[in-house]
Design a protein around this ligand. Structure first.
Ligand SMILES: Cc1cc2nc3c(=O)[nH]c(=O)nc-3n(C[C@H](O)[C@H](O)[C@H](O)COP(=O)(O)O)c2cc1C
Length: 439
């Protein structure tokens, strides 16, 4: 039998204008209403997916980038995914929902209380995708912290949130109808926390969980991010090139960090972001790949728009047939994202913008591992190989949450994965944490 794996969906544009700018937007759904998300999450649950992760950004960023972020809706608007979560729980019974939560935005007591409530409301299906971006600090009247300090704050935040969740000690909840005793207040942990970033008192006024704490997902891929995952998280949302060796290495770094603090590989699920393009035949795959080698200017412009939003630098007005001057990127722009634009080229001097964008447009066949276009059987072969040869825990599919994308990705693939025993066919009843630890 192949290794059974866990699957999820990363709702990559958050609670925002899903699919804007794509031809299928003509479907004309109302992204500000819950119905599209409710319909989609039901389908993900039927598919046997363990969790849905909802991307978020707290604000539109700097005054200089407002237009870049909003004009094609790549960076906003976005509504608060936490508010959407109860609507999604209401129409499902097994799938876990994990909205993105920025540790800098919620005072720990408020976070512990709100998340405890959602964990109870959902029968233990709540989780948080914990991020540390500080680009929105000024909207909260906070000083922006540096990269590692933001992780330090998130660690303290999580420790104190967990302490609050556990502030009802063994036997504190009595609920004895015969004596009329509801609780034993002497068993509550009325602690005082005075840390580097937070000062607050316990205990929390919420009752303990039946099936463990809400699941903590983390997506940071820097060395500090991987250590955070190993030492703190239940799930790592991993973004890395999907080669057997890279996946093994990425897993190894997180597991080493986990073992250094007495945890083990069994305590964490490392799930890789994956966006295959599923087609109906090998011939169609060849056609899609061949067409991608000669993109029109409209395709290049669409890629330039997405890159401009990520890089907070407008590429769309530049001459396609000249190299880029790297000084156009501000100091604050992530070096990793800039490197992402360069792809296989060593420096901006080596290639014109057209060549860089054309390289981004290029697709490849999943069957020869040169890309992600393939039939459902070929994509299932790929998934199975990562489980068996890299001990992979699973994948998080990514894309705009839209009925069309979802059906394209799942309708043919899910039956194949089920038949092969890679994807779960039934659920336990212990919530998200139990599902993630079932195998
Ligand atoms: C797959 C993936 C998804 C992410 N999703 C979000 C998100 O929804 N919101 C956010 O503010 N940051 C998000 N991030 C960014 C990281 O959580 C983190 O804030 C930032 O990358 C710093 O971490 P790093 O330097 O360790 O990668 C995501 C990163 C990755 C790789």
């Amino acid at each position: 039998m192949p290794r059974q794996q866990h699957f999820g969906w990363f709702f990559a544009r958050g609670f925002g204008p899903q699919g804007w700018g794509r031809p299928t937007y003509d479907w004309n759904h109302r992204w500000t209403r819950p119905e599209l998300y409710q319909q989609s999450v039901r389908e993900l649950e039927q598919a046997g997916f363990d969790l849905l992760i909802i991307e978020d950004a707290l604000s539109l960023g700097n005054p200089q980038t407002l237009n870049l972020r909003t004009r094609r809706a790549y960076g906003g608007p976005k509504h608060d995914p936490l508010m959407l979560v109860p609507y999604l729980f209401d129409v499902t019974s097994h799938i876990g929902i994990t909205p993105t939560v920025n540790a800098g935005a919620y005072p720990p007591y408020l976070a512990a209380r709100q998340f405890a409530t959602l964990q109870h409301l959902s029968d233990d299906r709540f989780g948080l995708n914990l991020v540390t971006d500080t680009g929105s600090a000024r909207h909260f009247g906070l000083e922006p912290l540096g990269h590692d300090a933001a992780y330090d704050r998130a660690e303290e935040w999580l420790a104190v949130v967990r302490r609050l969740w556990h502030s009802w000690g063994e036997g504190a909840l009595v609920q004895d109808r015969a004596t009329g005793r509801f609780a034993d207040g002497d068993r509550l942990d009325a602690f005082q926390h005075d840390g580097e970033y937070f000062s607050l008192a316990g205990p929390l006024n919420a009752v303990p969980f039946d099936n463990g704490d809400p699941v903590v997902v983390s997506p940071g891929g820097s060395p500090r991010g991987l250590t955070f995952a190993g030492t703190q998280s239940d799930v790592q949302l991993a973004l890395a090139p999907l080669h057997i060796e890279t996946v093994r290495d990425y897993r190894g770094r997180i597991i080493a960090a986990a073992e250094a603090v007495g945890r083990s590989a069994a305590d964490i699920r490392i799930l890789f972001v994956f966006a295959p393009e599923i087609v109906s035949s090998a011939e169609e795959a060849d056609r899609v790949v061949a067409a991608s080698l000669h993109p029109g200017d409209d395709v290049l412009l669409a890629i330039a728009e997405g890159q401009s939003s990520d890089l907070e630098t407008d590429l769309t007005g530049l001459d396609l047939d000249r190299p880029i001057d790297p000084v156009i990127f501000g100091e604050h722009v992530s070096r990793g994202t800039i490197k992402g634009l360069l792809g296989r080229v060593d420096s901006f001097a080596d290639a014109t913008l057209r060549q860089l964008l054309t390289a981004k447009a290029k697709k490849g066949r999943i069957s020869d591992r040169s890309g992600f276009v393939g039939t459902a059987e070929e994509v299932a072969d790929f998934i199975e190989q990562f489980g068996d040869e890299a001990d992979n825990d699973g994948f998080i599919f990514s894309g705009d949450l839209h009925p069309v994308t979802l059906h394209r990705m799942l309708d043919e693939l899910v039956p194949v994965l089920r038949r092969r025993g890679v994807l779960r066919a039934e659920w336990g009843d212990g919530g998200l944490r139990a599902n993630l630890h079932e195998f």
